[in-house]
Write a protein that binds this ligand. Structure first.
Ligand SMILES: Nc1ncnc2c1ncn2[C@@H]1O[C@H](COP(=O)(O)OP(=O)(O)OP(=O)(O)O)[C@@H](O)[C@H]1O
Length: 614
């Protein structure tokens, strides 16, 4: 009997052990899977880097004029567009497409991307489909094409008769128009359209599929749109028709993701430099009183920018309305622009602005794609943008006439957290915001070089800024307010105590505003730990230290959803906790410049983790 009980105990012990091992195997399998995914992601990115570094050679290879269509391309450029010469990349892109290759064309806004498919559509004579994200953008393009006498159509839901005529014509052997514009939603949800396109493809009439603003396909790109993902299926179905992807902003990661999603591994990538020598970038830190930066904006509009045209970007509609109201009270001609406004009002505002009857449009990011006003002298960000991609694209609307223009961003501590709550359910939204914050916090490196690094633009890196950014200008006047390592270390220790104390005493998490207040010795007394003295730093520096700790992943964000909004809290990160555990609480911050890398050194001698900050 005893032997039996012994055996049963032994059996259950082994069974438990086996269960633990099974669990561990499960975890290891998951880890392995994640590693495999990471490996393939990195391989793809390396491949993209290599492709990009060869892109000069590929461009040269396709830039000659010995193709059977070369003469026609040149004569169309002159007769239809009234232009003399192709710009860098245009000819190469056209030749590659007409050779049957898929092409990714990355050129700045206004660089001349549309011309590539417009000319191609005239040479092929068949049908070019252009997938474009916005009806307003399509309407702009249609009116340009009309003036150029290139026949183009859109499937208009309000004109059923015309739409069914267009759909019917897709099965004809000769299609009576060259370009058909569709939104990704229309392509995905209109089965009749796909059926007719299939007939067109089988008749060998579907010559090119253009995907405008192709970054919307990748979760790494800004403005990710789920319906764009249907384009993978479109490409599979019409696999012999070349794809031309167009965008003005894409990092290497976004490009490699696009290639992977669309399965266009052998595509040609043509990437123009993003460099805009005539734009001057600067960032001004503001305290939290919104009136301060508005006063500054009003002063600028009435003095430096008086009589000049510009744009002010806000994050939220409520801010757009209040900024417009205050500007108008001062006699400045300003109008709002955001998605919810009636279309007639948006058109009226745009027309007035284009004709310089309005000094400034105050907008959310809904205003942007396809703007073609040459004399925009300033773009002001009243609040920080959601990503560096958005920042580049929004500031890129300035100075399209190549004359000098200013890009001024007002940075406020609290805006960082409002932006984080706005993007909380967006793919990579948090990472993108933190990269933007890191860019703003950097007060030593050239802003243009920082952007070039972000977009992996080597050509840009070779350009000299010539004081066209606040940091370069400052470095010449030796005004350097770097944060020291000991500031960060002591601050992190204090902030950790404040966060823990609030949780232990009142089960409270702290918003960024509350944490800052408590650290400065203000706010609820019981939440202030007795062993933490109020910080000696002035408010702006204290704000920058907290943001630095967030960007470097020593502080982290927690979200909670109330009935009306998303609330963000600052908490101690797992990374900080693990550093403290593995390094006997001896964590050293190294304020070495020019790098945002986090280095962790576990040398036996010093047992410190070195954290590099700007
Ligand atoms: N080779 C060229 N020579 C001179 N001007 C050109 C050339 N190619 C294009 N342009 C002009 O540049 C302007 C912008 O061209 P286009 O609309 O094709 O640019 P885009 O890159 O598609 O712009 P966006 O990003 O705003 O859509 C147009 O006025 C066009 O006529």
């Amino acid at each position: 009997m005893e032997r039996l009980r012994g055996l049963q105990i032994e059996l259950s012990r082994f069974q438990n052990e086996k269960c633990l091992i099974d669990e561990e195997i499960g975890c290891l399998r998951q880890k392995r899977q994640k590693l495999l995914e990471k490996i393939s992601e990195i391989r793809l990115e390396i491949e993209t880097y290599q492709n990009l570094s060869n892109s000069g050679e590929i461009r040269d290879k396709f830039s000659n004029e010995t193709y059977e269509w070369s003469q026609k391309a040149q004569s169309l450029l002159e007769s239809v567009f009234g232009l003399k010469q192709f710009r860098s990349h245009q000819l190469a892109a056209i030749n590659a497409i007409l050779s049957g290759l898929d092409v990714l064309l990355i050129m700045p806004t206004g660089g001349g991307k549309s011309l590539c498919f417009q000319i191609t559509s005239l040479i092929t004579g068949g049908l070019t489909i252009v997938v474009s994200p916005l009806i307003s953008l399509i309407e702009d393009q249609l009116s340009t094409l009309k003036s150029l006498k290139i026949s183009a159509k859109i499937l208009d839901k309000d004109n059923k008769e015309e739409s069914s005529k267009i759909l019917k014509s897709l099965e004809q052997s000769t299609i009576p128009f060259r370009i058909l514009y569709v939104t990704p939603e229309k392509l995905k949800h209109n089965s009749m359209l796909m059926k007719q396109l299939d007939k067109c493809y089988r008749n060998n009439n579907l010559k090119l599929i253009v995907i405008d603003e192709i970054h919307c396909l990748s979760t790494w790109g800004h403005n990710f749109r789920r319906d764009y993902q249907f384009l993978t299926q479109v490409h599979r179905q019409f696999s012999k028709t070349p794809i031309l992807g167009l965008t003005a902003t894409a990092t290497t990661k976004t490009i490699s993701d696009l290639i992977n999603i669309l399965e266009i591994h052998g595509c040609c990538i043509f990437k123009d430099s993003f460099y805009r020598s005539n734009l001057r970038y600067s960032i001004e830190w503001q305290n939290n009183s919104t009136d301060d930066d508005l006063d500054r904006i009003i002063e600028l509009l009435m003095t430096k920018y008086s009589g000049q045209s510009g744009l002010i970007y806000c994050l939220k509609i409520t801010d757009v309305d209040s900024v417009v109201q205050k500007l108008c009270q001062k006699g400045i001609k300003a109008s709002p622009y955001y998605a919810d406004l009636p279309i007639e009002m948006k058109n009226r505002t745009y027309q007035k602005w284009i004709h310089d009857d309005l000094q400034v449009i105050v907008a959310t990011i809904a205003f942007g794609m396809g703007i073609n006003k040459s004399n925009v002298r300033f773009v002001i960000h009243y609040q920080m943008p959601k990503s560096l991609e958005n920042y580049y694209q929004e500031t890129g609307r300035a100075g399209r006439d190549n004359q000098h223009a200013d890009c001024l961003l007002f940075m406020k501590y609290c805006d960082v957290f409002s932006t984080l709550s706005i993007v909380y359910d967006e793919y990579h939204g948090r990472d993108n915001v933190l990269k933007m914050v890191s860019f703003c916090l950097n007060q030593t490196e050239c802003r243009k070089k920082l952007l070039a690094k972000h977009f992996n633009d080597d050509e840009w890196l070779d350009h000299q800024c010539k004081n066209q950014c606040d940091n370069c200008q400052k470095s010449n006047t030796n005004n350097d307010d770097d944060i020291e390592e000991k500031d960060l270390h002591q601050s992190m220790m204090q902030l950790e105590q404040i966060i823990s104390n609030a949780f232990d005493k009142a089960e409270k998490r702290l918003t960024a505003f509350k944490l800052l207040e408590l650290w400065m010795g203000k706010g609820e007394k019981k939440l202030r730990p007795t062993n933490v003295k109020p910080t000696k730093f002035e408010r702006e520096k204290a704000e920058k230290i907290i943001l630095n700790l967030l960007v470097k992943n020593y502080l982290d964000i927690n979200y909670s959803q109330s009935r009306y909004c998303i609330i963000t809290y600052l908490v101690v990160s797992d990374h900080w906790r693990s550093l403290k555990t593995t390094n006997d609480n001896n964590v050293r911050f190294d304020s070495k410049r020019n790098s945002d890398a986090i280095k962790s050194s576990n040398s036996k001698r010093s047992k410190t983790a070195t954290i590099t900050i700007e």
